[in-house]
Design a protein. Structure first.
Length: 135
């Protein structure tokens, strides 16, 4: 049996701001973890963990974004897109010749859009009815 992915950690430098951003974007306030500087969002079987690294008492420690996008399957991609638009976090790049920040059908069949959080992490939201899983 393959291992189960259960948590992804994103580094932030202001946990309250991160909670507010992700709470609005995901439409869920998540939960503050009493030990450490963490806030968790349950995303199906995987926890999206926001960790405030400024509590480490290391001078000049800055949040590092993940090197690639995190992909979320959502029931209502248009509703999430509207919230991302309000947060002004939609990507301005292109994906295979189409605007990344718009909900469009990608060449592989997914209806999706791309965004960035304030710490530079790439986020992609995909209509769950169009997920491409390679099968």
């Amino acid at each position: 049996m393959a291992p189960t992915l259960y948590r992804i950690i994103l580094q932030v430098d202001n946990l309250d701001r991160a909670e507010e951003f992700y709470g609005k974007l995901l439409g869920d306030r998540g939960r503050r973890i009493p030990r450490g500087s963490r806030h968790y969002f349950d995303c199906g079987p995987v926890i999206l963990a926001l960790v405030d690294i400024t509590g480490e008492n290391i001078p000049d420690l800055k949040p590092q974004p993940l090197p690639d996008y995190i992909y979320f399957a959502v029931d209502d991609v248009e509703a999430v897109h509207a919230r991302a638009s309000e947060l002004n976090c939609l990507s301005t790049e292109d994906v295979h010749g189409a605007p990344a920040g718009e909900v469009v059908e990608r060449p592989w069949g997914e209806r999706s859009f791309y965004a960035y959080d304030p710490w530079g992490n790439g986020l992609c939201f995909v209509d769950q009815n169009t997920l491409f899983t390679g099968k």
